[in-house]
Design a protein around this ligand. Structure first.
Ligand code: PSU
Ligand code: MN
Length: 302
C-alpha cells in the first residue's frame, strides 16, 4: 500500500472481502455546492451507496494523507470550509502531501487515489472537460487526461454545457476513453437528458457496463472510462432556460477575468444563484442517481 494512503476501517474491510466499494469526490462538496446542502448531499450519497449494497469511499487529502473513507466530521469540515479548502487536482497532490495540508479532490485527483486504493468505480455529478473557447484559452480539465491514464470508471450525468460538449468528446476519442451511455444513445447534458451529441456505445444494464470495465482491466489499459447516466426525467430542467443561464454565467466569468481552476467553481455557483437554487436540487438528484448506478455496477463487478 502506498505510504501516503489512509484507508478507513470500513473501506479496508470491504476491499479485503471483495465487496463493492464506490469512490466519491470532495471538490463537489467544497467547491461544487453551497453549505449546508453540500454536507447533507455528501452524507446522503454515502447512504445511497450502502442502500445499494456498496461501501462508499469519500476521498480527500487531510493533513497530507490521501484519505479513502472520511468521517462525518471530516465531511462537515470540508463542506463548511468551502472554497477556503484547496481544490486539489493531479498537480496539487505532491505539494499537499509534502506540506501536510488539506485538499478537496477533483475527479482527476480522486481517480488517482481510488486507483492507489484498488477502487475501480467512482460516482460524481459532472466531470471537467474542454471549456468553450478552449481554442484560445487552452482551458482543458486535467480530468480528461486522468481518464486517459488511470483505470477507474467514472459515472457522471454527461457533460455540463458550461463546457464544449463536442470538443470534450473529440478529446476523449483521441485519448481512447470510451464514453458509454446508460440506457441512452444521446450524450446527456447534466441538467437535461438531451444534447446534439451521441455517446460511443449504449448499454442497458449494470452487468453490461461491468463486463466492459472488466474487459478494459483484462486488456491492461491504462485509462478509465466515462459512463453517462441521464438525469431522472422528474428533475430535468428546461434545456433552453438553462442554456441561457449558462451563457450568462460564462459572460460574467469572462468580464470578471476568472481564470484557471477558479473557472468551474465560479460557473457552478453562478448557475445555482441565477436559477435561485432550482439547479441545485437537480444537481443533488442526479448525483444520487449516479451513486445508485455506480453501486449496482460495482456489485456486478465483485
Ligand atoms: N462539474 C460539476 N460539479 C463539480 C465539478 C465539475 O458539475 O463539482 C468539479 C469536479 O470536482 C471536477 C472539477 O473534477 O470541478 C473540474 O474542475 P476543472 O474544470 O478546474 O478541472
Ligand atoms: Mn480548467
Amino acid at each position: 500500500m502506498n505510504r501516503h494512503l489512509k484507508i478507513s476501517h470500513k473501506v479496508k474491510a470491504a476491499l479485503a472481502a471483495g465487496k463493492p466499494v464506490i469512490a466519491l469526490e470532495s471538490t463537489i462538496i467544497s467547491h461544487g455546492m453551497p453549505y449546508p446542502k453540500n454536507v447533507e448531499t455528501a452524507l446522503a450519497c454515502e447512504q445511497v451507496a450502502r442502500d445499494h449494497g456498496a461501501e462508499p469511499a469519500t476521498i480527500a487529502v487531510i493533513q497530507g494523507k490521501l484519505c479513502v473513507g472520511l468521517t462525518e466530521e471530516e465531511i462537515e469540515y470540508l463542506g463548511k470550509s468551502g472554497t477556503a479548502v484547496q481544490k486539489a487536482s493531479r498537480r496539487d497532490l505532491p505539494i499537499l502531501i509534502a506540506k501536510k495540508q488539506d485538499g478537496a479532490t477533483t475527479v482527476a485527483a480522486t481517480m488517482i487515489i481510488a486507483a492507489l486504493a484498488g477502487i475501480k468505480v467512482f460516482a460524481t455529478g459532472g466531470v471537467g472537460g474542454v471549456h468553450r473557447g478552449a481554442e484560445t484559452s487552452m482551458d482543458i480539465s486535467a480530468d480528461l487526461e486522468e481518464l486517459a491514464r488511470t483505470p477507474v470508471a467514472v459515472v457522471c450525468a454527461g457533460v455540463k454545457s458550461i463546457l464544449d460538449l463536442g470538443l470534450t468528446l473529440e478529446y476523449l476519442e483521441t485519448k481512447g476513453v470510451p464514453v458509454l451511455g446508460y440506457q441512452t444513445n444521446v450524450l446527456p447534458a447534466f441538467y437535461t437528458d438531451k444534447s446534439a451529441f451521441s455517446v460511443d456505445y449504449r448499454l442497458e444494464t449494470p452487468a453490461e457496463v461491468a463486463a466492459v470495465i472488466a474487459a478494459q482491466h483484462d486488456l491492461g489499459y491504462q485509462g478509465g472510462m466515462l459512463i453517462t447516466n441521464p438525469i431522472p426525467a422528474a428533475y430535468a430542467l428546461d434545456a433552453e432556460k438553462i442554456s441561457t443561464t449558462i451563457n450568462n454565467a460564462i459572460s460574467e466569468a469572462e468580464e470578471k477575468g476568472i481564470k484557471g481552476k477558479d473557472v468551474t467553481p465560479f460557473l457552478l455557483a453562478k448557475v445555482v444563484e441565477l436559477t435561485e437554487g432550482k439547479s441545485l436540487e437537480s444537481n443533488i438528484q442526479l448525483v444520487f442517481n449516479n451513486v445508485a448506478l455506480a453501486s449496482q455496477i460495482g456489485s456486478e463487478l465483485s
